[in-house]
Design a binder for this molecule. Structure first.
Ligand SMILES: C[S@@+](CC[C@H](N)C(=O)[O-])C[C@H]1O[C@@H](n2cnc3c(N)ncnc32)[C@H](O)[C@@H]1O
Length: 216
């Protein structure tokens, strides 16, 4: 996959606020895996906080950018090209997994395969922190991938996972109000931009689930 869009929706040039808040709350430990790391800002941030971090993504372009960002800040992060449904090429097992926006990028069947593959790269009692668009997203901008609460409870409860926490939170995107309004006019005529929320820096925010699950 090539990132050819003028604005890469998740490239905000800094870690997600929800990730920073989790780290401040002591939610990370040991060896950390950033699943679907994209251009790497969460992984690089966590490396800067002292964790040994591996990031994977299937997009080679994203991984190259992630490597450049880690190098620019002098942090050692291992970036691996891998498909979320086949994690057998990851170099080790992990104590904490961050998924910031990967799960909701997958189709339903892929989400089930990913949730089944992930425990195999987790140590016992590893913690998964997952941030995904929630079904509170009622519009189609930028795309309709909101996940329902029932699916998350079902997927992360069972023999492999124990659901520990499920909260509502927000994900910051790279879209400005000006960009969204232009796009709405050109491509999303049904989008009512008055219903959208923006952070203090003027970036579109989207409602997400913040889930924590323990690998059994
Ligand atoms: C919404 S972006 C989030 C990127 C990053 N985690 C962040 O929060 O900035 C989702 C990422 O998942 C990656 N991705 C999507 N499907 C994937 C798959 N099947 N295997 C690996 N990565 C995938 C995309 O290339 C993209 O970088």
């Amino acid at each position: 996959m090539q990132y050819k869009q003028a604005v890469v929706p998740w490239d905000i040039g800094e870690p997600q606020q929800a990730v920073v808040a989790l780290e401040n709350a002591g939610a990370f430990s040991g060896d950390v895996l950033d699943a679907g790391c994209g251009v790497g800002d969460n992984a690089v941030y966590l490396a800067g906080r002292g964790y040994r971090v591996t990031g994977f993504d299937y997009a080679a372009t994203a991984l190259r950018q992630a490597e450049q960002r880690a190098d620019a800040l002098g942090f050692d992060v291992e970036f691996v090209q891998s498909d979320a449904m086949r994690l057998d090429n990851l170099p080790q097992k992990f104590d904490t997994v961050l998924d910031s926006g990967l799960y909701h990028s997958l189709a339903r069947q892929q989400r089930a395969e990913y949730a089944a593959a992930l425990p195999k790269v987790c140590r016992p009692n590893a913690l998964l922190h997952l941030l995904c668009f929630s079904d509170e997203v009622q519009d189609e901008f930028p795309d309709p991938h909101g996940i329902g609460e029932a699916e998350l409870r079902n997927t992360f409860t069972g023999t492999a996972w124990r659901l520990a926490e499920l909260h509502r939170d927000t994900y910051v995107t790279a879209f400005t109000r000006e960009y969204v309004e232009k796009q709405a006019g050109e491509q999303f005529p049904r989008l009512d931009t008055r219903t959208l929320t923006f952070d203090t820096a003027g970036r579109l925010t989207r409602p997400i689930w913040r889930l924590a699950a323990v690998r059994l």
